[in-house]
Design a binder for this molecule. Structure first.
Ligand code: AMP
Ligand code: ZN
Length: 112
């Protein structure tokens, strides 16, 4: 846990969020500025800064992907498709330094 981290505050319920999914290891909540009809963020409950900081703990990334794909299935967007995104650093526009995976779907997304 990191006292000043926005997503840790959401995990501790100090800041409200629209929770989409929760288990012992992962919290998922709707993005406050959705870039698609479905835009959910999957975060590990244990604070880690970014994907670059988990090179020695690779299962965290697959854990987030597993929960995101299961949510996509539940939301009925597996047949239409979805996008999973992890931003790192300024060129990718990372704004929150707590590892998170974006799940985007529910409409045709412009190709990267
Ligand atoms: P990134 O740009 O990959 O670091 O993504 C951070 C995301 O967090 C952005 O899409 C923001 O819209 C989202 N965000 C920022 N503050 C909140 C919040 N309080 N609740 C939900 N999502 C947030
Ligand atoms: Zn954090």
């Amino acid at each position: 846990m990191n006292n000043d981290c926005l997503f840790c505050k959401i995990i501790r319920r100090e800041i409200p969020a629209k929770i989409a999914f929760e288990d012992d290891e992962v919290l998922a909540f709707h993005d406050i500025q959705p870039a698609a009809p479905i835009h959910i963020l999957f975060v590990p409950k244990k604070h880690v800064d970014s994907v670059v900081h988990v090179l020695d703990q690779e299962p965290v990334v697959s854990l987030l992907a597993n929960r995101a794909v299961k949510a996509a299935e539940k939301l009925g967007i597996q047949s239409t498709g979805f996008r999973l995104v992890m931003n790192y650093g300024p060129d990718a526009g990372q704004t929150v330094h707590h590892l998170h995976m974006h799940l985007l779907g529910g409409a045709h997304l412009s190709h990267l």
